[in-house]
Design a binder for this molecule. Sequence first.
Ligand SMILES: [Zn+2]
Length: 239
Amino acid sequence: MNEHIAQLVALQAIDREIDLIEGKIKSEQNGLDEQISALAKREAVINDLQEKISACEKEVRTLEDEVAEKMNHVRERQSKMMQVQTGREQTALLKEIEDAKKSAKENEEKIISLMEEVEKLKVEAEEEKNLLKGEKQLVAEETEKVRTNIESINKGKKSKDNERRKQAKQIKENLLRKYDTLRERRNGLAVVNVVDGVCQGCYMAIPPQKFNMLLRGDLMFDCPTCQRIMYYTPPVEEE
Ligand SMILES: [Zn+2]
């Protein structure tokens, strides 16, 4: 194998290991982030319940004020009853009193059902708050665990990073740049093997002429389809 390619292949092996390590760190962090966003969701549910409770309580106060007003009106009409002379006036007043009482009673019924609703919402909010409390505790423990895990993963990463630096020094600058760009653009895979004339990066066949040249082993080619740097290693003979 071409010496430059051999060095790139070695570098890529290290980089793939670093990718795995970084993936582990990311998945640790993602798991935690999910839990934290679940907390935020529950907090939003609790806020929503509390807003509903406030709105119900406000409506209750309005209805109670109305009841007081209506009952004042009833008392005022009742005292006026003493002063009226005709039966017609009396009937009119009695009707007014009846209507006001009926309307006050309707308000009272609304108030009762609103209070029941408030009780229900308060129970619900209390349950959510208890759940949140437990979850917060868990997330705090999890955060500590994740921090420790990431710390120990990072220790392993440091030695790999050193290894990577040493290996990268062996490689010509412009080749290294090309390799880095390819890795960035081609999903972490810059150098690929060719098996039976097929690029193992994009799985497209390469022109037979190029494959033949590659078989000679000392030349470097880019895949005409995915531009990755290609190499050829003869298949291991099975015993
Ligand atoms: Zn390719």
